[in-house]
Design a protein around this ligand. Structure first.
Ligand code: ADP
Length: 777
C-alpha cells in the first residue's frame, strides 16, 4: 500500500490500516442507509476509498452484457470535464471481453496484480498504472459488476487488501441492490404518476388535445429528468396539426420527422433509440450533432391502429437509454395516443354539434325567408362562416335565358357576377351539368375554369363546388373558396350537401311563391281593369237609360205644351170665331212654328245618334259662311235693337267644313246670343287661327253682352233639353236642344267647343276650333 508502507512501525501501521478500513466500511454502511441514488452511493464509496486509502477506485455495473462505469475518482474535475472523463473511461470497456473489468465481471473472480503489463486483457491507458485490484460485485452468485482499484506503485495490493475490498464489495452490493430497488420503485412511482397525470387530463370531458400533449411532454421530461423534447399530432393527411416542444430547436423536430423513415425501418410504428449520434451514419446524425443533440428517443403516438403522432425526447449528451426508460416513454406514447384520439373524437363531436347548430340556424332562416333577395345573402354568409372561408358564390339557372346566372358573390366571386354561364361552361357550369361535387386545388389553374373566369380568380385559391337541387332537378350551384390550398375536406362536403339540400328546396319554394304572388298581382290588375270596364259600361248603360227616360219625359212635355195651346186656341176660335181672331191665329202660328222647330231639332239629333247625318266636308271659306249668316240676321238684329259686329281674320286658311251642319251650329249659337242679349247690346263674331298640339286650327268666336251663364248651369250647357236659368228667365222660345246639336256638329268636325263668360262675368263667349288638316274618320 503506497501511502502507508513507508511507516517504520508495523503495529501502528496495521492498527491504523484497520482503523481506516473500519472507517471505510462504516462510511459505506452510512451511505447505504442515507443515500438512495445508485450513482451517488457508488460515488460515495469511490470517494471514501480515495480519501482514506488513497486508492484510485472505480465501480462498474453490468448492463446488457456491457460493463458500464458507475463512479470513478473525480480527480478534482467537475461538470463537463468530469463527464468527458467518465465517457473516456467508459469507452475503454465495451464488452465483457475488454480489460480486467470485463474479465472480472464475466467470471465473477477477483484479479490482483502487482504488474498490469503481465495481464493480457489489460487495456493500456495514458495513466501510469502498475498495480490493479478488481473484485466482483455479486448477488446470490450472479456478478452484477465490480470494484476496481489501481495504483502507480508496483506491488501496491496484497491479499489482505483483496479481502478487505471483497468485504467492501459485499457491503456495497447490498447498498447497490437497495438503491436499484429504490430507484426502480421511484421510477415506477414517477412513471405511474406520469401516466396518472395523463389519464386524469384525458379523462376530463372536452380536454383540448393540446393540454394532453403538454401534460405528456412535461411528465415524460420530469420522469426522465431531462428538459428537451417535442410531441406532435399528425391526424389526417395534412401533416402536423398540433405540436408542443421544450428547449428543442424547431429544426431538430423537422429533421426527426423528415428522417423518421430513414433512421429506422418500421419507424412509423416503432421506437427509435439513439444513445449517441456520433456512432450513427453521418448523413443522418450530422444535423443532430450540429445542433447539440447527441442522443434521442422517438416514440410513436398510437391511436387505435395507426400512428397519429410522435414524441421525441433528446439529451445534449450521449445518453444510454435503459430498457426502463424506453418502456416508460413508450407507455406514455401509447397512453397519449389513445387519450389524444379520445380528445380528438370529443373535439370532432363538439365541432359536429356546432356545425349542426349552425346548419339548423341556416335552415330555419331559409324556411322563414320570403324572397330570394332575403334568402341568398343569408345562405351565403352562414355557409362561409361555417366553413371559415372568405370567398364564395351562388349561381341559379335562369330557364328563360337558358343561362346559369350568379345571384350573389363574396370575395373574388364578386368579380364574376357579370358572367352568365352555359350549362357545362367553366367550373360552376360543369358542376351544374354533371351534378357531382367538385374539389379544385387551384381554381385559377383548373382545366375546368373558363378563360373569362380565370382572369378574376387569384392564384392558388382552392375551392369546393356542388350542385343545388330542387326536388327533381339541378337548379344551381354553390361554390366556396379559400386562399389555402387543398383546404376542403370530405367533412366540409358532407356539411355543404346537407345545406344545399335544404337550400334547394327553400329556393324552389320561394320561386314558386314569387311566381304565385306575381300571378296573383297580374290577376288582380286584370280583374280590376275588367271590373272598371264593366262598371263604366254599366254606368254608360244606366246613363243612356236615364237619358232615354229623361228624353221621353222632356219630349212629352215639350210637345204637350204647344199642342195644349193649339187645342185651346183652336177651341176658342171654334166657339168665338170673331173674337180676337188675328191674335189667336198668331198664337196658333207661333205654336205650330215651335212644334216644327222642336220636331226638326229632335230629328236632327236622332240622325246624329243613329249616324244618319250625311257628312261631306269640303274646303270652305269660314269667313264667307259667317258673313252670309250675319247678313241674314241683320234686319232681325235691328228689330231687336242689337248691334251685330264682325271681326274676321283676313288671311284665314280654308277649312274642311260640312256646310249644312256647320251652318246649323253657327246659327244656333247666333240665335242664342241674340235671344239672350237684351236690347242695346252687341253680338260680336270673330274668326282667327291658332296652333294647338303642333296643329293649325281655324276658329270662330261668338260673344255677346248679355248676362252670361250662371256657374251652376255651365256643366250642363250641352245636355239635351237643358235650359239654364237664362233660358227660362228670358221668355225666349227654346227647346234646350240647340247647344246639344252644336256639340254634335263640332265633334263630327273633330273640333272643340269652349265656353267661358266674358270679362267680369258679362256676356257669354262660345269659341269653336276646327282643324285645318282634314281628319280622316
Ligand atoms: P235654348 O236656347 O233653346 O234654351 P240651348 O241648348 O241653345 O237651348 O241653350 C241652352 C241654355 O244655355 C239656354 O236655355 C240658356 O240658358 C243658355 N244659353 C245659351 N246661349 C246663351 C247666351 N248666349 N247667353 C246666355 N245664356 C245662354
Amino acid at each position: 500500500m503506497a501511502q502507508v508502507t513507508n511507516d517504520k512501525n508495523p503495529l501502528y501501521y496495521e492498527s491504523r490500516q484497520h482503523l481506516l478500513e473500519l472507517e471505510v466500511l462504516h462510511k459505506t454502511s452510512l451511505a447505504i442507509s442515507q443515500i438512495h441514488s445508485l450513482p451517488a452511493i457508488a460515488q460515495r464509496i469511490v470517494d471514501t476509498i480515495e480519501n482514506l486509502l488513497k486508492w484510485n477506485a472505480s465501480i462498474w455495473l453490468v448492463e446488457d452484457q456491457i460493463p458500464v462505469l458507475l463512479a470513478h475518482r473525480t480527480k478534482g474535475l467537475t461538470g463537463k470535464s468530469l463527464k468527458n472523463e467518465s465517457r473516456r473511461i467508459n469507452d475503454l470497456v465495451n464488452s465483457l471481453d475488454d480489460g480486467v473489468i470485463g474479465w472480472v465481471c464475466k467470471r465473477g473472480k477477483s484479479v490482483c496484480t502487482s504488474d498490469v503489463s503481465k495481464i493480457k486483457q489489460y487495456i493500456v491507458t495514458n495513466e501510469i498504472i502498475n498495480s490493479e485490484l478488481c473484485v466482483p460485485l455479486k448477488v446470490g452468485g450472479k456478478t452484477i459488476g465490480c470494484i476496481n482499484v489501481e495504483s502507480d506503485v508496483p506491488n501496491a495490493f496484497n491479499k489482505h487488501d483483496e479481502r478487505f475490498l471483497t468485504t467492501l464489495a459485499n457491503q456495497a452490493v447490498g447498498a447497490i441492490e437497495n438503491a436499484r430497488l429504490f430507484e426502480e420503485t421511484h421510477r415506477r412511482a414517477i412513471r405511474q404518476a406520469a401516466l396518472n397525470a395523463i389519464i386524469t387530463v384525458s379523462a376530463r370531458a372536452g380536454t383540448d388535445p393540446t393540454e394532453i400533449l403538454n401534460t405528456a411532454l412535461e411528465q415524460t421530461l420530469k420522469a426522465l429528468n431531462l428538459d428537451k423534447g417535442a410531441i406532435w399530432l399528425s391526424w389526417y393527411k395534412h401533416g402536423v396539426q398540433r405540436m408542443e416542444s421544450r428547449n428543442i430547436p424547431q429544426q431538430i423536430i423537422n429533421t426527426v420527422m423528415a428522417n423518421a423513415a430513414l433512421i429506422s425501418d418500421n419507424s412509423q410504428t416503432h421506437t427509435l433509440v439513439v444513445d449517441d449520434w456520433r456512432n450513427r451514419e453521418q448523413k443522418i446524425s450530422e444535423p443532430f450533432i450540429s445542433m447539440g443533440v447527441y442522443s434521442i428517443i422517438v416514440v410513436p403516438l398510437l391511436g387505435k391502429e395507426k400512428r397519429i403522432g410522435g414524441m421525441a425526447i433528446a439529451s445534449p449528451d450521449a445518453h444510454h437509454w435503459t430498457a426502463d426508460e424506453i418502456a416508460l416513454v413508450e407507455a406514455i406514447g401509447s397512453e397519449v395516443g389513445s387519450a389524444a384520439e379520445h380528445a380528438k373524437l370529443f373535439e370532432e363531436t363538439t365541432i359536429r354539434l356546432d356545425e349542426l347548430e349552425a346548419v339548423n340556424k341556416v335552415i330555419t332562416s331559409l324556411r322563414l325567408a320570403q324572397s330570394l333577395q332575403e334568402m341568398l345573402p343569408q345562405l351565403m354568409e352562414e355557409t362561409l362562416k361555417i366553413l371559415g372561408v372568405d370567398a364564395g358564390g351562388i349561381w341559379l339557372y335562369n330557364s328563360e335565358r337558358g343561362k346559369l346566372c350568379q345571384m350573389i358573390g363574396r370575395g373574388w366571386c364578386k368579380q364574376t357576377a357579370h358572367l352568365e354561364l352555359d350549362r357545362g361552361e367553366s367550373l360552376p357550369g360543369n358542376v351544374f351539368a354533371n351534378g357531382d361535387i367538385y374539389f379544385s386545388s387551384d381554381v385559377a389553374q383548373d382545366s375546368l375554369t373558363s378563360p373569362a373566369m380565370r382572369e378574376m380568380v387569384p392564384q392558388g385559391w382552392s375551392a369546393i363546388c356542388l350542385p343545388i337541387h330542387s326536388e327533381q332537378e339541378p337548379i344551381g350551384v354553390l361554390l366556396a373558396s379559400t386562399p389555402r390550398p387543398n383546404e376542403f375536406t370530405s367533412e366540409n362536403a358532407r356539411l355543404l350537401v346537407t345545406l344545399t339540400e335544404f337550400a334547394g328546396i327553400a329556393i324552389q319554394r320561394t320561386r314558386l311563391n314569387e311566381q304565385m304572388a306575381h300571378h296573383a298581382a297580374e290577376l288582380e290588375v286584370r280583374v280590376a281593369e275588367r271590373t272598371a270596364e264593366l262598371q263604366s259600361a254599366l254606368q254608360k248603360a244606366q246613363a243612356t237609360d236615364r237619358l232615354k227616360s229623361e228624353f221621353i219625359i222632356n219630349v212629352n212635355h215639350e210637345l204637350r205644351t204647344p199642342l195644349t195651346n193649339l187645342v185651346l186656341y183652336y177651341q176658342m176660335l171654334r166657339t168665338q170665331p170673331k173674337v180676337k181672331t188675328e191674335e189667336r191665329l198668331d198664337v196658333i202660328g207661333r205654336e205650330l212654328q215651335r212644334l216644327r222647330n222642336l220636331i226638326e231639332e229632335l230629328l236632327n239629333l236622332s240622325r246624329f245618334d243613329l249616324g244618319q247625318v250625311t257628312f261631306h266636308p269640303v274646303q270652305s271659306d269660314l269667313n264667307a259662311l259667317i258673313r252670309t249668316l250675319i247678313n241674314d240676321r241683320k234686319s232681325l238684329a235691328e228689330e231687336r235693337g242689337l248691334e251685330l259686329i264682325t271681326d274676321l281674320q283676313s288671311d284665314l286658311p280654308p277649312v274642311w267644313l260640312d256646310d249644312s251642319t256647320i251652318i246649323q251650329a253657327v246659327s244656333n249659337l247666333l240665335t242664342n246670343a241674340m235671344n239672350y242679349t237684351p236690347r242695346g247690346g252687341k253680338v260680336i263674331v270673330a274668326t282667327m287661327t291658332g296652333l294647338h298640339n303642333n296643329e293649325h286650327w281655324v276658329g270662330f268666336r261668338i260673344q255677346d253682352t248679355g248676362r252670361g251663364i250662371d256657374n251652376e248651369d255651365i256643366p250642363h250647357l250641352f245636355e239635351r233639353f237643358y235650359r239654364g236659368k237664362v233660358g227660362h228667365d228670358s221668355g225666349a222660345p227654346g227647346t234646350g236642344l240647340g247647344l246639344a246639336i252644336v256639340k254634335q256638329v263640332v265633334e263630327h268636325h273633330h273640333g272643340r267647343i269652349v265656353f267661358k263668360n266674358g270679362p267680369e262675368g258679362q256676356g257669354a263667349v262660345f269659341t269653336v276650333w276646327l282643324p285645318v288638316k282634314q281628319e280622316t274618320d
